[in-house]
Design a protein around this ligand. Sequence first.
Ligand code: OGA
Ligand code: ZN
Ligand code: ZN
Length: 383
Amino acid sequence: MPGTPTAAPAPAPVPADLPALWLRDNCPCTECRDPRNGQKLFQITELPAHPAVGEARSLTAADGGPGWQVRWEPDGHLSHYADAWLAEHAPLTPAPGAAAGPAVGDGRTETDKELWAAADLAGRLPEADWDAYTSSREVREQALADVVRLGFVLLRDVPCRDRMVLDVARTFGFVRETNYGELFEVRVEADPNNLAFTGARITPHTDNPYRDPVPTLQLLHCLTNEARGGDSGLVDGFHAAALLRAQDPEAFAVLTRVPVDFAFADARTELRAQRPLIDVDPLGRIREIRFNNRSIATLRQPASVLEEFYDAYRTFAELLQRPSLQLDFRLAPGDCVVFDNTRLLHARTAFAESGARHLQGTYADLDGLLSSLAVLRREGARA
Ligand code: OGA
Ligand code: ZN
Ligand code: ZN
């Protein structure tokens, strides 16, 4: 269930009590896995269809334990399993009444997040100073963990250099180049191909919903912000979706099942993607929000679907516009906000086009950030 904490590892189970094919598939021997990289060497179809634990012998520290040696029927294959491995990987106990589960998160769904409204973050914005971020493993780990848990981090005093936003992205991942280039300039342009490049107000949205896969991270680095207006806002879309589920479960269900077309076109580009506004994982946990009133296309659906979709879309939009959900702040030169574009919506107020305002933005992906965070944690555990 959403929000259920991950269960602590159970005590080591014994091999005979475990699903045999699962246990055999996880044999760590060098015939089964390449010892240089841990990669599996066989196909599932190459295993006996119904392996059984023939003989299980308890191993003591003297003969490589604590753990078990298993001789498999019918083929006599020998496997060794450490108790520590068995304890760590023991099958989970399903939550009462759950069809599947329980909830071990992949780091991407609501299970692994701290959902927030604006007041929850008052006085405790997740932020880090650039010098500390680049020089301290702990600060970097905390900042990346904040992106995973809260959906964003605000880096302060990032040098106001042209293209610096790319260097920021490369501290934890890989720049995702798009039709906008490696980076995009957010400033008033004479012939804007996007409302972002005008002084207009931009209501809460996720970026580039017309791409599949969508860029899962976005960075905005402020170089100049002298215009009147142009303040920033962030909304936790997972929180809003969870509120919708509580308040109007049918509207939530509609938004998870109706595919929505998003489109973007200019002289050189024609992008389309079709995804729901709220994407859930196989256990029903909120995993991805796409919301962008500017680039939603004309939907082609049966009339009854259009009617129920528009009702639900409007209800969700009203929720997303609740002032209590939106965290307001102002980017100052040197601020770089890094945020989860599958979860947070971002916004800005209108600004006077006569005033100077210049951000540089880029996209990156959460898989790289999660990997960097895991490696930092590994290094921390070793230190
Ligand atoms: C964008 C955007 C917000 C801003 O470029 O995607 O939403 O503060 N910009 O200008
Ligand atoms: Zn083996
Ligand atoms: Zn945007």
